[in-house]
Write a protein of this length. Sequence first.
Length: 183
Amino acid sequence: EEEALFGSYSYHELVVNMVNLSTTGMLPSDVQVFGWPDIIEEQSDFYRMSLVKGKVVRKMYDADGDETPTGLRHDANIKNFTNPVVSVFQIASPLSSDAELTAVLHDSLETFGIESQLIYRDRWDYMPFFKLEEVVKERKPWRIWDLQGKHRTWWVGSYVSFESVADILDYNLKLVNSRLCGV
């Protein structure tokens, strides 16, 4: 049952770019957070990773070709850090090359007159989710709930609830209160 429930998940790829800014362009010098919210709904890149005969297989389902950054965070302006490194986030296709991501990153920042130098990049599978059919027809979230605690095993975090702090906390508190406190 566990393999049927956890053997396949859909993912997005999150890319975090660490950059130095030469100029902030049109943004104020004390910018803390800047976003490209108009493109977030259009970001549809996702892929499926499944366990097949003991090996993880990745299958691309949708690649929209839009690797535009979704947000910029300037921690030095938020928390008074001395290091002025800025984080810029992208949701991308795992098929995109680093060169393509870098070109889109710089083009997107240059639109606002921002000049930057890429220092470091990391890419990882992000925001695991079930497709709607798996939630409705296969009832996976409820089947996972029914398995909680069996074989002394507990599943928590974004793999069993939506990727938001509130949802994860809600789920985990409900789990503790109903399954552990009553046991």
